[in-house]
Design a binder for this molecule. Structure first.
Ligand code: ADP
Length: 415
């Protein structure tokens, strides 16, 4: 007897055993028996033609009809195929001589292997599709939350700006009521306190406005001749008082490219360098050192700012350039801007990155890790593109004499 005839002979028994084995409820058994009948018809075709491909459509259909909850509950199809294989062996052994039964099972083996492979493959595809849909949903939810966050920052910043300007105006009018040489009377001292608070609050509001400009691609740059070494000199003066207070050393080295004229928004580059430098001071204990060095690369000036501070865990090195990417305890946020670990709202580095990105440059950090005892330090790398002309045509005309090579050499030398 051929394999097909043997299968035809055991069909009813096979159907009963397999459906009893797979289905528990009566309703399920009916649906299942329709499916098993289809499967059996195709199995007969596959045996007759020697091509297991006959079973492919039903296997794909089974895999694709899996619902997410079935997949979540880990009710996988491969064990169902295993059940079919086992029942086929049992039915064959009960019906035929051991040799015939063995022969039938052996001949069916490649077909069942094919079923196994197909079902596992297509079920995995369905799982991947479900997971991707889930990921898409989470991504769009995150995108929506991120947009609400930026909208909130933008609205809050603009709403705070107006009353802040009013307070600033009244405080300065109040200060005018006292003689200029009065620096120590108690109302003047109180006004000083108010002034400090106003200054700090305006810094935060301005940071919030900058972040929302960057978020919405609205940061406009005012390109003008810029020299990195001049900006660094200004910063050294600006930070001198705080450096002394913290007993920190800021060493600014001369490096190739630092005296090169490039077109950039010098105010914004100053702001970017300032943010990184003040962070280096904040996250370095008293008596530490900050070194500014760099080099000229093809098309870029690279500035490196290296501190002897607490360092940054490699896992956090990308996060700190994200909005509110402050690491650690939010409750520890301090308003003393340059105090050791005097964290802020976590907007400084995202703004710095936004400014550099808008210029066509970039920023990244390297650090062995975070350790408040061993102080591994951090090194920030900043790339500022070298532009011999401003990108705007009108500005390029205005600055044409400056952009010529001869003049650049003079400008470079005169510093
Ligand atoms: P913050 O207002 O918190 O200083 P920033 O955006 O300027 O926000 O910095 C984000 C976080 O990156 C900081 O909270 C700090 O954890 C980490 N960080 C930045 N610069 C340094 C540095 N030089 N050394 C160690 N950690 C740093």
């Amino acid at each position: 007897m051929g394999n097909k005839e043997m299968l035809i002979q055991v069909r009813d028994l096979w159907m009963e055993r397999v459906s009893n084995n797979l289905a528990r409820g009566e309703g399920v058994r009916e649906v299942l028996s329709d499916e098993l009948n289809r499967f059996y018809d195709l199995l007969l075709q596959a045996v007759e033609s020697g091509d297991p491909g006959w079973l492919k459509p039903i296997l794909i259909e089974w895999a694709q009809s899996r619902t997410q909850s079935e997949l979540d509950e880990e009710i996988a199809l491969p064990p169902i195929i295993s059940g079919i294989i086992v029942q086929t062996q049992i039915v064959a052994r009960e019906t035929f001589s051991p040799e015939d039964a063995y022969q039938l099972v052996e001949n069916l083996f490649p077909i069942f292997t094919y079923c196994y492979e197909q079902i596992a493959y297509h079920e995995t595809l369905v799982r991947i599709a479900y997971v991707s849909t889930d990921l898409e949903r989470v991504k769009s939810e995150l995108g929506r939350m991120d947009r609400s966050k930026s909208d909130f920052i933008s609205v809050a910043a603009h709403e705070l700006k107006t009353p802040l300007t009013l307070i600033e105006g009244y405080a300065s009018m109040l200060r005018e009521q006292f003689p200029k040489d009065d620096t120590s009377s108690s109302p003047v001292m109180l006004l000083k306190g108010i002034d400090n608070g106003i200054r700090r609050l305006s810094e935060i509001v301005n940071d919030m406005i900058d972040v929302s400009l960057i978020d919405n691609d609205l940061l406009s740059l005012n390109f003008q001749p810029t020299w990195v070494n001049r900006l660094l000199k200004v910063l050294q003066k600006e930070l001198d008082g705080s450096l002394r207070e913290r007993n920190q050393t800021l060493e600014i080295r001369d490096f190739e490219g630092s005296d090169e004229m490039t077109f950039a928004d010098s105010e914004r580059i100053h702001q970017a360098l300032r943010n990184v430098l003040t962070n280096s001071m904040k996250y370095t204990p008293d008596n530490g050192t900050i070194v500014v060095d760099g080099r000229k690369l093809a098309g870029f000036i690279e500035v490196t700012i290296t501190d002897t501070g607490i360092g940054i865990d490699p896992d956090d090195q990308a996060q700190i350039f994200e909005k509110f990417g402050s690491l650690g305890d939010v409750a520890l946020h301090s308003s003393g801007k340059l105090k050791f670990k005097g964290g802020g709202p976590g907007l400084g580095l995202p703004i710095t990155k936004g400014i550099l990105d808008a210029h066509g440059g970039t920023i990244w950090v390297e650090s062995e890790g975070y350790d408040e005892e061993k102080l591994p330090g951090s090194r920030f790398h900043i790339l500022i593109p070298i532009r011999h002309e401003p990108p705007d045509e009108k500005l390029a005309k205005i600055y044409q004499p400056l952009s010529s090579e001869a003049n650049q050499a003079i400008l470079t030398d005169d510093d």
